[in-house]
Design a binder for this molecule. Structure first.
Ligand code: SAH
Length: 224
């Protein structure tokens, strides 16, 4: 019995410690928003990754495979995008396009009141739904759909984040923002030339800025 207990404590301690190191690395890398860092210190990223790769779960710059040709976004990019999304305050209602394994969804669900998440590959969405239910997240609404069109039923959103690269900025996503809301997304025709963009909806229209070179899997039309 005591062996079992110490084993559990041991592995828990190890992942808390490695997660704390990940947070330090993110801080050194320039992430400043303490709310974002605190939340990332809490979400167990290894739980979203298959067992054989779990020991690499807290490397800040590693995009690991999650099946179906997709990858989990690196902690670095999750932190950067979440920080951008929260720059003008924590959004209450968020739309995420590209659920994948659900890690970014979990980070958003700890910050926002309500998260809508859209994924085109049904088995990935089902797995993410199970993982997030097991972790007891109850403020996430899942939708199996093509995220090019956002998710009108939940609109308008205070923040929208897309975790696959579109070749253009979908007009529907802009239209599903509240005035004062923000869209963060990678845009680019091929994987070599993607840019992370921030689009704010103002009373008069939209402002756009390009913030980083990035590399994401493509936003693909249609559902599977
Ligand atoms: N945030 C996720 C990223 C996964 S990769 C994670 O860290 O796990 C990008 C995801 O976007 C993939 O799961 C992919 O299937 C999904 N995707 C690609 N095109 C899409 C589309 N048109 N609509 C919805 N999801 C899409």
């Amino acid at each position: 019995m005591s062996v079992t207990i110490s084993k559990f404590t041991g592995s828990g301690m190890t992942s808390d410690r490695t997660r704390a190191r990940m947070i330090e690395a993110l801080r050194v890398g320039g992430v400043k928003n303490e709310r974002v860092l605190n939340v990332m210190a809490e979400v167990p990223r290894h739980v979203f990754i298959e067992q054989a790769l779990q020991e690499r779960a807290y490397e800040v710059d590693k995009a690991l495979p999650i099946g179906h040709g997709q990858t989990i976004s690196t902690p670095e990019i999750v932190a950067i995008m979440t920080e951008l999304l929260c720059e003008n305050g924590i959004p209450k209602k968020v739309l995420e396009i590209g659920t994948g394994c659900g890690y970014q969804t979990a980070v958003l669900a700890k910050l926002a009141k309500e998260v809508y998440t859209v994924e085109r590959i049904a088995p990935l969405m089902d797995k993410a739904r199970r993982t997030l239910r097991d972790l007891r997240y109850f403020n996430i609404i899942f939708k199996h759909a093509d995220g090019h069109f956002g998710y009108a039923n939940g609109a308008p959103y205070d923040g929208i984040i897309m975790t696959a690269a579109a070749t253009y900025v979908p007009e529907e996503l802009k239209q599903q923002l509240v005035v004062g809301g923000r869209l963060v997304l990678p845009v680019g025709k091929d994987s070599e030339s993607q840019k992370l963009m921030v689009i704010d909806r103002t009373a008069d229209g939209f402002t756009e800025k390009v913030v980083h070179d990035v590399r994401f899997v493509p936003l693909v039309p249609g559902i599977l």
